[in-house]
Ligand binder design. Sequence first.
Ligand SMILES: C[S@@+](CC[C@H](N)C(=O)[O-])C[C@H]1O[C@@H](n2cnc3c(N)ncnc32)[C@H](O)[C@@H]1O
Length: 225
Amino acid sequence: MKKVLQGIGSLWLVLVMVSLKPAYAKDIGPFYGHDKRRVADWIKLYERPGRRNWQKPELVMANLRITPGQSIADIGAGSGYFTVLFSKAVGPQGRVLAMDIKQAYLDYINQRIKRDKLDNISLQLIGPDDPKLAEASQDLVFFCNAWHFVEKRGPYLKKLYRALKPGGKLVIIDFGLKKIPFGPAYENRLPKAQLIQEAQLQGFKPWAEYYFLPYQYFVVFKKAD
Ligand SMILES: C[S@@+](CC[C@H](N)C(=O)[O-])C[C@H]1O[C@@H](n2cnc3c(N)ncnc32)[C@H](O)[C@@H]1O
């Protein structure tokens, strides 16, 4: 009898887990897998010194051609790997918005802000489908390794287009389908051709593309002047 009850108990648990999973997966989308690792461990990974060899942050920054006083939104900012570089590039008259769907990342960036006195960075917790940026407020909207997490890309791109100033840029650096030893699962990656097609549908003009990153594509779109 005890075994029968235990069996019913296990079956109930399995049924509950199965019935909960689709709703959970639907809410979190491709980002679901990220919850298997602690944010602190992801931060270590994003900030690992070896990343510099393939992320080439100085070369990325040089090609973004940021000028002092600009406003930049770093969406999916994570540990702030690029946020802190933007902070220096825009200077005291500029503004950097570090945005993420996870408060723990913003808390980490906040520690960096306090430690390094980066007064021109603001933090914002956002939902997965809308960064709620004000109309014509940004010179540059930047995603590094984060765009593939966005599920409703068409409506999201429309919001980004509105948020850019005339002549403003949307920059997306992300993992393509190239076989590399790490990065997101292949089924969660967004091919570059699809990104370009989706962005063009929302009015973005592909403006530049850089090929010096060995593992990622680097595409710059522009809003018409
Ligand atoms: C792989 S990390 C990249 C972090 C940082 N951009 C970098 O290059 O190191 C992806 C980040 O995107 C965030 N993210 C996931 N889905 C998002 C969404 N829909 N909107 C904004 N951020 C999202 C995650 O919380 C995480 O911080």
